[in-house]
Design a protein around this ligand. Structure first.
Ligand SMILES: Nc1ncnc2c1ncn2[C@@H]1O[C@H](COP(=O)(O)OP(=O)(O)O)[C@@H](O)[C@H]1O
Ligand SMILES: O=P(O)(O)OC[C@H]1O[C@](O)(COP(=O)(O)O)[C@@H](O)[C@@H]1O
Ligand SMILES: [Mg+2]
Length: 533
């Protein structure tokens, strides 16, 4: 860190022995989307004494740093990184990450724009805070399945073993509740050798059952000092409170999160592992729907894909396929009846082309469903809202419509590959990505960082504070160019009321993401890589 250039105007940073910087509660602000919590609410997720480590520098530079064990444990000894003696790495020039390296969240800039938010760059450090034989690590997987979970597990075990000589690694059986209700699973490179070829997670997973004190008791009782937590937004919230309890008890335990979500709804990072695999697998279902639809008069193929609140899988699967005539996602409301509605469009497509394919995310049109099926407000064990089956519902509505109107005989085929796209092993690209995530997490924990999630930000792996990952969910921005690309590839109606579009238009130059603030376009969230190209 270039100490001379750090300004103390906002956060009064002070340096500690690890070259990291602590500060008073920083003035972090977030943009106003309904799924974005305010900074105060974000703090509500955290204990009242949580202090984000914000460092400011020249020209609007802001580092949102991650916690370090030395923040709350004084005089921790450091050790020579064993990688320096590793024959595989000793020939690599500049293998170690410079302690000052940070990664910019915003890479599209104007000449006078502030440098903006940065995250600490991931990677191996020259000095580590654990000796190899001191480390007792554990790995847990939580939430829904995702291709690549086994690869991440494998690469944490092998990374610890081969890079740092760590031999004590435990698997926690069945998610968070496994910490206090199940036996552990010893993990060695031999045990995990070919698990990346299998779908699912060899450790098992679960929803619910996050009992912070029981989990931290178990960590303490077992003498665990590195905890690798693989999971989605709910899991990372759980990891955040585990980190805080560990810190409150003053334990030398590094807590590292690896973000997992098939829906690609985790913010800040470029994309989540398994997403690429899921989009690829979805092609098989879309192809089948297309073959069925085009083989019969007035054939309609409907495919339902995952996506509780975010339609990334449906959007990317549609864009990749080119056989899709209509893609419905949670972010883009639609309606069935009347001019420019879905039924009118189906009729038009069938008349023009004789068949059509509809792809929908499971979270699309839930408002329409609950209007017609007034019922349950059920939740899963983690508190996530249980969705009603929009695929079955829409198929029935389409059939009823055409039967009632007696317009044309249709042949509708419904394909629901929901679980098939997430229960498969990860593809080659996701496998490499999972390896980098796992190794970055291992390097971070060994270097004494804690309370972080690892992930690529504009292509560079970074350590991101938990609150940045849990404060919001990534969603498709329907005013963004990616959604426009989709609309122009399917030719579907936008389902926007023309009156709203006209009223929404102004003579003024539209405010760009760049000018409007971090990660925020016209008050809507944007995904760094995925939606904003
Ligand atoms: N706010 C929270 N605080 C603590 N633990 C949580 C929180 N939300 C979810 N969890 C725990 O995280 C785990 C996974 O959460 P879930 O929402 O099911 O999946 P995902 O992590 O994939 O989003 C569950 O064991 C759940 O109890
Ligand atoms: O049936 P399950 O296992 O609860 O999973 C269904 C949900 O899991 C998801 O795939 C992803 O959710 P998570 O990222 O929270 O695990 C959703 O798209 C889907 O609604
Ligand atoms: Mg989730």
């Amino acid at each position: 860190m270039n100490t001379a250039r750090i300004s103390s105007t906002i956060c009064s940073p002070k340096f500690d022995s690890s070259n990291s910087i602590t500060s008073r509660k920083g003035s972090v602000s977030f943009c106003g989307n309904s799924r974005v919590r305010s900074s105060r609410a974000v703090m509500g997720l955290l204990s009242t004494d949580y202090k984000p480590k914000i460092v400011t520098g020249d020209a609007g530079y802001v580092l949102e740093d991650v916690p370090h064990l030395s923040d709350y444990i004084p005089d921790l000894p450091t050790f020579h990184n064993p990688l320096q003696d590793n024959p595989a790495y000793s020939v690599v020039k500049q293998y170690f990450v410079n302690v000052d390296d940070t990664v910019a969240q915003k890479i599209v800039v104007h000449k006078d724009s502030p440098r903006g938010i940065h995250f600490r760059r991931a990677g191996p450090r020259q000095r580590v805070y654990f000796e190899s034989d001191e480390v007792h690590a554990c790995i847990v997987t939580c939430g829904g399945l995702c291709p690549g979970l086994n690869t991440v597990i494998r690469e944490i075990v092998c990374g610890l073993y081969h890079m740092y000589g760590v031999t004590k690694v435990l698997g926690i059986d069945g998610g968070y509740k496994g910490f206090y209700s199940r036996n552990t699973i010893p993990l060695t490179p031999k045990v995990v050798n070919d698990i990346h070829k299998r779908g699912g997670t060899i450790l098992g997973t679960s929803r619910g059952g996050h009992d912070t004190s029981k989990i931290v008791d178990s960590i303490q009782d077992r003498g665990i000092n590195q905890v690798y937590i693989i999971g989605g937004d709910g899991t990372q919230k759980g990891a955040s409170v585990i980190f805080e309890e560990v810190k409150r008890r003053g334990l030398k335990v590094a807590v590292a999160g690896i973000p997992k979500t098939i829906d690609n709804d985790i913010p800040v990072i470029d994309r989540s592992f398994g997403f690429d695999t899921a989009v690829e697998e979805a092609q098989r279902a879309i192809n089948a729907a297309h073959v069925e639809a085009e083989s019969i008069e007035n054939g309609i193929g409907v495919v339902k894909l995952m996506g509780r609140y975010s339609g990334f899988i449906a959007m990317y699967a549609t864009l990749a396929s080119r056989d899709v005539d209509c893609c419905l996602i949670p972010e883009s409301p639609f309606f069935l009846e009347g001019p420019s509605g879905l039924f009118e469009y189906i009729e038009k497509r069938l008349k023009e082309n004789g068949h059509m394919v509809i792809v929908m995310a499971e979270g699309a049109g839930q408002d329409l469903l609950s209007e017609s099926i007034r019922s349950m407000d059920q939740k899963d064990a983690s508190g996530n809202k249980l969705l009603q089956d929009v695929g079955l519902w829409i198929c029935q509505r389409i059939k009823d419509h055409f039967a009632r109107q007696n317009k044309m005989a249709i042949n509708l085929k419904y394909i629901d590959p929901t679980y098939m796209i997430r229960a498969i092993p990860s593809n080659a690209s996701d496998n490499v990505y999972c390896t980098l995530l796992a190794q970055s997490a291992v390097h971070g924990a060994m270097a004494g960082y804690t309370g972080f999630t690892v992930g690529p930000v504009n292509g560079r792996h970074s350590y991101i504070p938990f609150y940045r990952i849990t404060e919001t969910q990534n969603q498709v921005v329907i005013t963004d160019r990616m959604w426009a690309r989709l609309l122009s590839s399917t030719n579907q109606p936008s389902f926007l009321n023309p009156k709203d579009v006209i009223e929404g238009k102004t003579e003024e130059e539209p405010v760009t993401q760049l000018l409007n603030g971090e990660n925020c376009a016209n008050g809507k969230l944007v995904n760094n890589e995925i939606s904003n190209i």
